[in-house]
Write a protein that binds this ligand. Sequence first.
Ligand SMILES: [Zn+2]
Length: 218
Amino acid sequence: MRLHAPSVIAAAAINLLAVGASISIAADFEITVNAAETPHLKEWAEESKELLLKWKPRLVNLLSSPGFEAPTSAEIVMRKTDEGVAGTANGKIYVSSHWIEKHPEDIGLMVHELVHVIQDYPNGAEFWICEGIADYIRWAIYEGKEQDWFQRPKEEGGYKQGYRVAGGFLLWIESNDGPGIVNKLNRALREGEYKPELFEEATGKTLDELWDAYTAEG
Ligand SMILES: [Zn+2]
């Protein structure tokens, strides 16, 4: 479970039976849109639903692991609120109205959130990797950003910032010593067997050696 905006989510348990909620079924995946609180953003939410229906099969393949069955449904819940961006919990993607009103072009954030739906990791999974994988898939794959676009903060353990910093780091490992690292990490996190040594097993370099090499280069 990933919570990006707990205050948004805290209030979100109510009113899920939306007036005007719509459901569509694409093969084995169903997305419900709930825009009851924000009718003016219903069109945005429906657009984002179409985007997620297109990307879901690819995300499931990228985040496959033995025996894993991907979720068969998700819900997009538009929240009328003055704070937060978006967050995902228990198959529900909560989106903050104030963010989308200001940044309607930021639809790619929904790809990041759908990654969390599909990750479906047990609680306590390594934060920086969860968020790093979600931003790797959003920015490097969906948005097509190249390596130089990602910031490389030159500080020890900088990857622990997660998000784009970790996403760029994972892109670099995928492109160099550790092709397939994202899928390996995904499997370990999902099965509750992640350990930092996994990086050395996959690449021959420790996590910190990899980080040092990455930041020395950029
Ligand atoms: Zn996230």
